[in-house]
Design a protein around this ligand. Sequence first.
Ligand code: AMP
Ligand code: MG
Length: 344
Amino acid sequence: MVRESSPTHDIMRAVQVLRSGGLVAFPTETVYGLGADAENGTAIKRIFTTKGRPTTHPLIIHVGSLDELSTWVEKVPAAARALAEHFWPGPLSLVLQRSRRVPLAVTGGLETVAVRVPAHPVALALLRAFGGAIAAPSANHFGCVSPTTACHVQSDLGDAVDLVLDGGLCNVGVESTIVDATSEELCILRPGGVAREDLEHALGRAIPEKQTKASVRVPGSHRSHYAPRAQVILVDPSRLIDEAHRLTSCGYQVGILLPHDIAPDSVAARKILQAPESLTDYAQMLYQFLREFDRSGCNRVIASLPSEEGVGVAIADRLRRAAEPRGTIKTFKLPQTLEELCKS
Ligand code: AMP
Ligand code: MG
């Protein structure tokens, strides 16, 4: 059930659901999370089965403030503390040595855990009222497009979730940046809402571009991920219009994610959505756009990568993964329209 956010009784109801081992979907500034009490093994198991997610893919735990960090991790290296102080609450997850309170079910068997303090008033109110850590991956089926509204959660997971808190459209729109901060030698495991440049500026030093630490597994880095039902095809912007014509003449239902600087009237397709010029706005809309193409009946989506600066790196990463062949990732039957589902 989708509920309007805010009223205290909704938060208290959500806390009751978490305490009794249930699942609560809640808004964060990145995407909606599918939350469970991080210390309840049965509830954690339910997250994996609800999402169809392999149990070796560790979950990020969410806490209400930086002060709680030491409860959930063994030690906090100076660089990790500096980043947490600078970016929390915010879209940055830090991978640190787990404390005994974090079950291995949460970490996919790893001795490390990813932690963050989300910057969304509903998420913070929930975390503070709950008092513990909430383990939460995105509230959607594994491999598919992440939800940025409560309506998306409802259409993806429906009654499999005990309660959905509605906090409107997520501000950031793509997942958190994940940094391995187990030592002073930092490594970006996944680009996200906090840009590399901003991390480096806050630290006063560069973070090495590609550092492969043999000990670190990056399980969320499946090549195919964040994918709509339609097949995403990445092309150079100069080829976009020709490619749209070619696919349309082959009988495909073509969607175009048009770069901000190409006039929409120069191209014909079943659905054209134009990327905003601001990368921040683009990130916020990206998953909505991918869902909109599916909803409009497109079976091919042509897109070009944005400039890879700031949050553009995360947008490009998600588009590349969306365009990867599906491999073993299951596709799920989605309802005909989100509106229909949200009305029902
Ligand atoms: P999400 O898929 O958005 O729920 O984000 C969770 C992702 O965070 C995982 O799939 C991993 O890529 C990453 N992650 C979480 N915990 C760890 C960890 N302990 N070590 C390395 N990566 C982690
Ligand atoms: Mg996810």
